[in-house]
Design a protein around this ligand. Structure first.
Ligand SMILES: *Cc1c(COP(=O)(O)O)cnc(C)c1O
Length: 424
């Protein structure tokens, strides 16, 4: 039991023990990278050396992991979204339904190909795009639905598959925050026409940067392959010492290929994703139990149709009056100081995002009252925290209890200007 002043005001913090490191690598990861470094094949666009490239091996392994036929690795999640939209035929003058509460790339990827993001409010229970709000926002200009599985939720895939079918437009799943999650027993990313992933540093599977698009459709896979490699396709029978990619040019591709180095890291780390997700689920249960007695903090309610839940970020909803009515940013700073790791509010609703707000007239949809309410009241715990031990889950609960005890101090405090450095 910690007493005394808040750590943000110089008191002793609740936790001084370190948090688990992220990203993770071990000797096998190093060997995997070394194998590429000591070879002459660093890129899919390099000469064929008689062996299957790491990129092809990762594509096969990641398709199998997701229970789909095809996978096209990319240089980033943003690149994955971009080529998926292009493969779906989305372009100039089209509208794409996009969640209002998500990472900015979901909207900027749409803008980059000349289409218009139409922002759709979230379901307050899951924080994912609300299917009824999406239905209401659809018009005859709507060319695709880009649904995101955010934080620790899966969007209502039953409703979105039905809506896309009724509108006769493609559903694209953004699974950048949900590697390994299952909806009714099936992996996310396999319900829509395509599923997009990011392997950026913060994600549940990472090589620092990276991405992938998965699909069951051979025609889309062929377009995706050309879109990401300057209109080239793998040769049926590669020749030793010659380039494996053949120039086709059916579509106007760019180079957003994943390098062999990145693919080799992902090939190694992919084998741990399910186990790490399972550990996080156990810790999340312990955390649920630990915060049950903590005043004014509730987790998101689980949806029974999510048969394997993943935690990119564990979301805590706060009753602000219990914390002196302090703004969420101040509570985030205070709890970060108690725990020695950055605890942040949710994404800024996209109509207020600095990258997009200047071009507000290029966005459709809104207002986003549920997204605003969630941004005002919720905090997120990053997934490496859920790889810590049970004592750490009690530290998290204790940090909030301490904030509650010090709610008068919290209510009257001026906001700290020191930005908290991410400690993982
Ligand atoms: C991280 C993320 C992206 C973008 O991925 P990058 O690899 O950073 O380009 C897109 N959508 C969502 C939901 C994300 O979380």
């Amino acid at each position: 039991m910690t007493s005394g002043a808040l750590a943000v005001h110089g008191g002793a913090p609740v936790r001084t023990a370190p948090w688990p490191r992220w990203p993770r690598a071990d000797d096998a990861t190093l060997r995997s990278v070394e194998e590429v470094l000591t070879s002459t094949r660093w890129a899919v666009s390099g000469p064929y050396d008689g062996r299957l490239s790491s990129e092809r091996r990762f594509a096969g392994a990641f398709a199998a992991f997701n229970g789909v036929r095809h996978c096209t690795p990319t240089s980033s999640g943003t690149a994955a979204l971009t080529i998926a939209l292009q493969a779906a035929g989305v372009g100039l003058g089209d509208d794409v339904l996009v969640p209002g509460l998500t990472w900015v790339a979901c909207a900027s990827a749409v803008l980059h190909i000349g289409a218009r993001p139409v922002l759709v409010d979230c379901n307050p229970r899951t924080l994912a795009m609300d299917p009824e709000a999406a239905r209401a926002a659809a018009t005859d200009r709507t060319a695709a639905i880009l649904v995101v599985h955010p934080y620790c939720s899966v969007a209502d895939l039953d409703a979105f598959v039905a809506l896309a079918g009724a509108l006769n437009i493609p559903l694209i799943e953004d699974c950048a925050q949900a590697h390994g999650a299952r909806w009714r027993g099936r992996r996310v990313g396999s319900f829509g026409a395509m599923g997009c992933f990011s392997m950026q540093q913060s994600k549940l599977l990472t090589a620092g940067e990276g991405g992938a698009v998965v699909t069951n459709r051979a025609d889309l896979a062929d377009r995706l392959e050309q879109l990401r490699s300057d209109g080239r396709r793998f040769a049926d029978a590669p020749v030793l010492g010659r380039l494996e990619l053949v120039e086709i040019g059916d579509v106007l591709g760019r180079n957003v290929c994943m390098s062999e180095l990145h693919a080799s890291i992902l090939l190694d780390r992919l084998q741990y994703v399910d186990d790490e997700n399972a550990v996080r689920r156990v810790r999340a249960e312990r955390l649920d139990a630990a915060i049950a007695a903590t005043p004014g903090v509730t987790p998101l309610e689980p949806d029974a149709r999510v048969t394997e839940c993943t935690y990119y970020q564990f979301v805590l909803k706060l009753d602000l009056p219990t914390y002196g009515g302090a703004p969420i940013e101040r509570i985030a700073d205070a709890v970060s100081a108690e725990l020695g790791i950055a605890v942040n509010p949710l994404h800024v609703p996209l109509d207020r995002h600095p990258l997009l707000s200047a071009g507000r007239d290029q966005l459709g949809g809104g207002p986003l009252p549920h997204a605003e309410e969630a941004r005002r009241t919720c905090l997120t715990l990053v997934h490496p925290m859920l790889l810590a031990d049970d004592a750490a889950m009690h530290d998290i609960a204790e940090a909030f209890t301490k904030l509650h005890r010090n709610r008068t101090e919290l209510a009257t405090a001026s906001d700290s200007t020191a930005a908290m450095a991410l400690s993982f």
